[in-house]
Design a protein around this ligand. Sequence first.
Ligand code: GLA
Length: 701
Amino acid sequence: MIRRKGQFYILETEHTTLILKPETAECVYYGRKIRFCGIAELLAGSERRIVSQPWRGDFTEQNVLLYNADGGFTYDFVYSKGKISAEKPEIAGLPSSYGEGKTLELKFVDGPTKVCLYQYYTVYENSDVIAVSAQLVNQSKKEIRLRRLMSIQLDLPREEAEVISFRGVWGRERHRTVQPITKGIYICDSKKGMSSHECNPFVILKNGTGLYGFNLLYSGNHAEIFESDERGRIRALTGMSDYMFEWKLAPTESFCAPEAVLCYAESEDELSERMHAFVREHIVRGKWKNRERPVLVNNWEGTYFNFDEKKILSIAAAAKEVGAELFVLDDGWFGKRNDDRSSLGDWYDNVEKTGGGLASLAGKIRDLGLAFGIWVEPEMISEDSDLYRSHPNFAMKIPGREPWRIRNQLVLNLADERVQNYVVRAIGDVLSRSGAAYVKWDFNRHFTDCFGKGIVGGEYFHRYLLGYYKVVSKLTKKFPSVLFEGCASGGGRFDLGNLCYFQQYWTSDDTDARERLAIQAGTACGYPQNTMGAHVSAQVNHQTGRRNSFAAQFNVACGGVLGYELDLSALTETERAVIKEQIAFYKDKRKLLQFGKQFRLQAPRAEGFITVSADQSEAIAVVNVTETHPNEPLPFIRFKGLNESAVYSVSVRGRTETVLAGGDVLMRGAIPLFGVFDTEPVQRECGGLFSSMYILKKVKA
Ligand code: GLA
């Protein structure tokens, strides 16, 4: 709900309140829901701004940086008017959240130049999220140059604070990282042309009052800036990074910054719960939004590039036998691609490896009773490809310079409309001729050599992103029944921008169960489990060389969308029987596991998750003991999200004993981890990780 009271706008979600006083560009209050009483007298005049005022002595990091036509960079945005509307304005060319929610539009004008700044605040009451975007309109008579336009500026009183960000690298994405904020500036960002493995756009500022979550609907360069300044406040800015950014705006032209989101909560669990609800309801869209995701088998770690039709069909037949529903043909099916040195861009069938082409292979897989899915990497080009030979200028590279190659490939210049059209045509054709029900859209290198004919350097990164969104938007609209899973060398572009098009994302190339704990727990802080692809792979893990039992891997993968990625045809009968039983169990519990409320569990020497059904009648918890020492008491765990006053039967999967316990006991009792080491421990052991799955069912007391 949004209402106006005198000079104030009050934006309310179910549990939070944001109070703005646009006359002074102030954020008077943001936090737990409060009554309006005393606001004007006590809180206004705090100098907490939603628009920075550099020319009034505000030298804290600014939300807008621009050059005027005369070369000066002075501006002073003064409030002009506000409007509440039921319609959320479109953000030209960029992904945006959707659904019921009122929007407040605030207009600020720089008097001498008439340059206007608009801010839009959309309130999603049920998920306690406020989506914010900004637009700059050049109403002056001359060209201006925009150097920065951040989506959110939020000033908070300076209290002891820390930033929780989700950082990493390939194979170790989104590890939860805590940085205290004392004085000065702390930045989380990406300059790689992608949201990156290194720093996810989801960040949390935690202070003595509560937690403020920020995220951005953008898959390119981003920045989250926190400055603790001399004026007693912490300024938080979220938006596109201004790294090498400059955008020319002719008179009447405008620039839209990507949409960002804001969420307040009083614990990390509460914040995650709200972000999950928001992502499920207002970001993910299309036919797969609320549909249970199929169990897939992918051949990548099973074969890499080395396969033929016979091999693929033998894995697919084994996949069918164990109960999988979808077979995904990964890299290597096109052009003459037998390693990573060639053929990206040549999206026509390698007839030899596919035994007659995609249509025929896909048909045979469907005949086995499986849906067919396909891997593509549409934004890339190999120099050894017909596409490169015929259109060398489609590649992102600078004339006269040797391009920087990563994985032997170059990025396509998607800022160019001809390249966009090529990709839409070529990939559209792959989907049509294969009848694919699922697409894995990969992106395996970051940008270097940013250059496109006719594109001003400072505009390059963003023009690419606009081109990218045009392409994915066209293809996802053209194939509305297809389930899209994004991938970027694992989880290098796991962000809200992509989740507006792709219903799920490959979380990491690292499939080692122990490694996955930190990756999945970090990811789950901001993203719901049904957006996280999670696969069981070979028992000797390809990334770490550690032994990973199927049982422990399965438990961990149940924290995301389950898949298998190995050569199933090479397994023993006994191993396949184990997997068959896992898949049958998963299908039975899939609604709960994919769509229930998931909470992270943490205790000394143990961690995991619990997923609880909406009515709290059922739950599944996975607890992993990460360290074992002789002569030490059993690690313990406290469950979460249960009904305090209900009684639950609790059993360990694979064992018969059941205990009855109250929801209150299970959540407060610090329960010693029974069942962890007693039966067939080796089966649940994974590089020193002991994993147990607990099944909880509400019973009549
Ligand atoms: C990337 C992906 C992998 C796989 C390979 C194929 O690394 O993250 O899952 O698809 O590409 O080349």
